[in-house]
Design a protein around this ligand. Structure first.
Ligand code: HEC
Ligand code: HEC
Length: 377
């Protein structure tokens, strides 16, 4: 049967950072499914990133068993660990990381850091937000690969965490090593030397954790901070080009010029007498003037996510019905047809019903009101 050894292995700060990592990673998964929670997702991502970075530094300056030098990476140890696990149910366990958890901690830390970094880059490049927003213009074409990397790593982490939790539960209930409690009390049922945490470790560790939490709350709660600020501002088309605003927002919401490529706008203006069965009846000079504004600010000149995708799809086909593009259909495919026909939305082209700020050129995840509510136009 089991021994009664008890060794203090996980420091208070180590355990706090472990559970903060658990909670923040879990919250990141949940928030990733809600477009409008992107800012929260990123702010929580800061905590994940902060706790993973702490693991690396703690592994150098922290107490004994948290140190990378104490980890067991030799493959023969790993093999022995599993053989012993099967052969000997009530084996004695080591304080600190066993070979399996050493590898787990190492891989999760690095995959996690890459996952977070790809997320921050994606937030900057695809959405034009946060500390990497200046990379948006240059690298928008890389957003797909970043997106796939981010999602792939997130699911990889999920699988690894599942394996880790299973391992801990096997320890708890099969080997009866009370492993779950170790990360709560800090004590492991193993024979070894208790750790000691120095004043310096406690001071640095606490300040670091508090600092990370303050940054995360700050990035979520304050407007226009460096971590979430958008490089794209509201555009007042009314002030910038009154003719465009006046002539094009009478029958439907105003469509920001960056949603269609130059060729499509020219085609739309050329067909002004047969504009979706309406005649716009604009005189030639007005057509020219509005067309020139649209062309100057068209999708091919914008690095907004929607502009980039629409431009890439429409290209030179001169198509100008946004709602007929595969891109538009694809993003809105989960919305039931009857929502588009209800009293608030009325028609697909009434984008402003669900996209707050649409007519000021704001089409970001966090501005989506869905299901649509009655909003002032
Ligand atoms: C007389 C009314 C009227 C005016 C004025 C008007 N439109 Fe339209 N427009 C329509 C109708 C009707 C549709 C079909 C979709 C709908 O019902 O909203 C449409 C559709 C569109 C669409 C495609 C929307 C989609 O479904 O993807 C674009 C883009 C568009 N208009 C741009 C313009 C621009 C630019 C101007 C100004 C030069 C303009 N419209 C002025 C009536 C109008
Ligand atoms: C009934 C509500 C509704 C209407 C109307 C609507 N959308 Fe959307 N739109 C959504 C929702 C919900 C999402 C988020 C979908 C998702 O990613 O799961 C979305 C996403 C988008 C996105 C992607 C945003 C991003 O940052 O990823 C774009 C671009 C977009 N819509 C453009 C339009 C345009 C243009 C129109 C009008 C022609 C329109 N939408 C009309 C509900 C609507």
């Amino acid at each position: 049967m089991n021994n009664n050894y008890r060794t203090y292995v996980w420091s208070f700060l180590g355990r706090i950072s472990h559970w903060l990592l658990v909670i923040s990673l879990f919250s990141c998964f949940i928030t990733s499914f809600y477009e409008e929670l992107l800012t929260l997702h990123v702010s929580i991502g800061i905590v994940v990133f902060g706790m993973l970075m702490m693991k690396i530094v703690w592994g150098v300056i922290g107490p004994k068993y948290a140190r990378w030098s104490d980890f067991k990476f030799a493959l023969k140890d790993l093999k022995f660990y599993f053989v012993e696990k099967i052969r000997n149910r009530y084996r004695t366990i080591q304080p600190g990381h066993n070979p399996a958890s050493s590898w787990f901690a190492f891989l999760v830390t690095w995959f996690g850091i890459i996952c977070c970094t790809s997320g921050f880059l994606l937030y900057g490049i695809q959405e034009g937000n946060g500390i990497f927003s200046s990379l948006n213009e240059k690298y928008i074409s890389k957003s797909e690969i970043l997106d796939s990397t981010h999602i792939f790593l997130a699911y990889l982490l999920l699988v690894m965490i599942f394996a880790h939790v299973s391992g801990v539960l096997i320890e708890q209930f099969y080997h009866k090593t009370n492993m779950v409690m170790a990360m709560v009390s800090g004590y492991k049922k193993a024979k070894g030397e208790d750790i000691t945490t120095t004043f310096r470790m406690k001071l640095l560790g606490s300040l670091y954790i508090i600092g990370v939490l303050i940054i995360a709350v700050y990035s979520y709660c304050t407007p226009n901070n460096m971590f979430t600020k958008s490089k794209f501002e509201k555009i007042s088309y009314k002030e910038l080009d009154y003719d465009f605003y006046f002539e094009c927002s009478d029958c439907h919401n105003l469509f920001p010029p960056f949603l269609l490529p130059a060729n499509s706008w020219t085609e739309l203006m050329k067909n002004q007498h047969e504009h979706f069965e309406e005649d716009l009846e604009l005189d030639e000079s007005l057509v020219k003037k509005i067309n020139s504004y649209l062309v100057t600010n068209s999708a091919d000149k914008s690095t907004k996510e929607s502009a980039y995708n629409l431009n890439r799809e429409i290209n030179n086909s001169k198509l100008y019905t946004i709602t007929k593009t595969n891109y538009w259909k694809q993003i809105h495919k989960d919305i039931p047809e009857k929502i588009f026909e209800n009293d608030i939305v009325e028609k697909k082209s009434n984008c402003v019903a669900c996209h707050k700020g649409f007519e000021q050129g704001i089409i970001f995840d966090i501005n989506i009101t869905y299901p649509p509510k009655v909003t002032k136009k």
